[in-house]
Design a protein around this ligand. Structure first.
Ligand SMILES: Cc1cc2nc3c(=O)[nH]c(=O)nc-3n(C[C@H](O)[C@H](O)[C@H](O)COP(=O)(O)OP(=O)(O)OC[C@H]3O[C@@H](n4cnc5c(N)ncnc54)[C@H](O)[C@@H]3O)c2cc1C
Length: 370
């Protein structure tokens, strides 16, 4: 690998040679239930990058004394080792404090790559780490690869307003930092036999610049769309908020939730936390029913992990039919009531008749399989 000529890079930044940086890190977020699923999902691209670079995968865990008991969860899902910082001052999350601790660990260990799930916390902390380390960051990646010649990680994401993909690299700075939204990658399979090293590190934890006054858990009345097994989504083709009432009925029969395209959100027909896609959320249901949605790339990115896609669209040439497993051409105002009627009939056969059909789908369908 060619050595970097530091005189050509910002003179205020410390000179760095990429070849001196090794290891792929996943900064793990935790909550009351353990390591959050979105962080475990980041082990999938981490393992792929690490294999191509021939480097280990390391999980980073920060928290109060006792957090190290969660290290095993990262190891069982593929991490080779876990670096843990336990400190009472890490009990509450502050982006500047947690970010400073990760940055300090990165100065000590010099990883080549740091991946962070783009949860609200990850989105806040990742740029903080990148700026502290004077390195680059690519947010909301939809894929990662490695340029085998230069050993640069390729951080892949759709650029704004485009159908193509941008391959972004950080050629002269390390670590290479990337985030990906929850549900863009699956959690690697758990392997009970995996063993790994757990290192306890001491870091001087800085004082936060803000103070947590109180914490309140939001009561969710509905299942969030990212967790739903059935998602019925509506787009601009619904023509107004009334169309969503029909979708609510269909979703209720299927035990699912309602979501929408950005056009539906922009029109105020459905709240922003129900938007699917690049600037919304990624979903991974067994069944995704897209009604009056054209199938723009920015929307379809959010349904990559859906097992079965059913599209209802009046236009036989709508792009969504190229990606749907089943397509129904027609006016949703006729198709959806007919479907509701059929399902209501089916339900009369037994309270679990619909669930049984869906369960069959779980067994036979793989994500993205036609
Ligand atoms: C940077 C950027 C980020 C974006 N992020 C997102 C995102 O996160 N999520 C997202 O969804 N979009 C996103 N978009 C917007 C995206 O490009 C599309 O504009 C949007 O997805 C289109 O929404 P739609 O399919 O509801 O509307 P349209 O494209 O207008 O499609 C409406 C569809 O409804 C059909 N239709 C009309 N009447 C009926 C009827 N009676 N019955 C059945 N079908 C009917 C039409 O044939 C058409 O196919 C983003 C765009 C940009 C530039």
């Amino acid at each position: 690998m060619a050595r970097v000529d530091c005189s050509k890079i910002c003179p205020e930044w410390p000179c760095e040679q990429p070849e001196e940086f090794k290891g792929v890190w996943v900064v793990a977020e935790t909550d009351d239930d353990g390591v959050v699923e979105a962080s475990l999902q980041m082990l999938t691209p981490a393992l792929r990058i690490a294999e191509k670079l021939g480097e280990p995968v390391t999980g980073i865990l920060l928290g109060p004394p006792g957090v190290s008991k969660l290290a095993d969860e990262l190891i069982k899902h593929g991490a080779d080792e876990v670096i843990v910082v336990e400190d009472e001052a890490l009990k509450d999350y502050y982006p500047d404090v947690h970010g400073a601790v990760v940055a300090e660990l990165a100065r000590r260990y010099k990883p080549s790559t740091i991946l962070i799930a783009a949860t609200s916390r990850g989105r806040e902390m990742a740029p903080y780490i990148a700026n502290t380390l004077r390195s680059g960051i690519t947010a909301d990646c939809t894929d990662f690869d490695v340029d085998e010649k230069t050993r640069d990680v390729l951080l892949i994401r759709p650029p704004f307003a485009a159908i193509m993909l941008a391959y972004i690299r950080t050629p002269t700075r390390r670590p290479q930092i990337g985030t990906a939204r929850p549900n863009v990658f699956p959690v690697p399979p758990r392997d009970e036999t995996r063993q790994g090293r757990v290192r306890l590190e001491k870091v001087d934890v800085p004082k936060p610049r803000a103070r947590l006054v109180s914490r309140r858990k939001l009561e969710r009345r509905e299942v969030p769309i990212e967790k739903a097994e059935v998602v019925v989504a509506g787009g601009r083709g619904l023509g107004g908020p009334e169309g969503f009432k029909l979708l609510e009925r269909l979703a209720a029969l299927l035990g699912g939730v309602v979501a929408g395209s950005r056009k539906a959100v922009d029109a105020g027909w459905i709240p922003p936390e129900r938007q699917v896609g690049q600037t919304g959320r990624s979903v991974k249901p067994i069944l995704y029913i897209a009604v009056g949605i054209s199938g723009a790339a920015q929307h379809m990115i959010g349904v990559r992990e859906a097992r079965r896609i059913v599209a209802v669209n009046i236009d036989p040439d709508a792009p969504i039919f190229n990606q749907a497993d089943y397509g129904v051409v027609g006016d949703y105002r006729e198709i959806i009531p007919a479907l509701i009627e059929e399902l209501e009939e089916l339900k009369k056969r037994g309270p679990r008749a619909i669930e049984e059909i869906l369960a069959e789908q779980i067994e036979t369908a793989e994500p993205g399989s036609p």
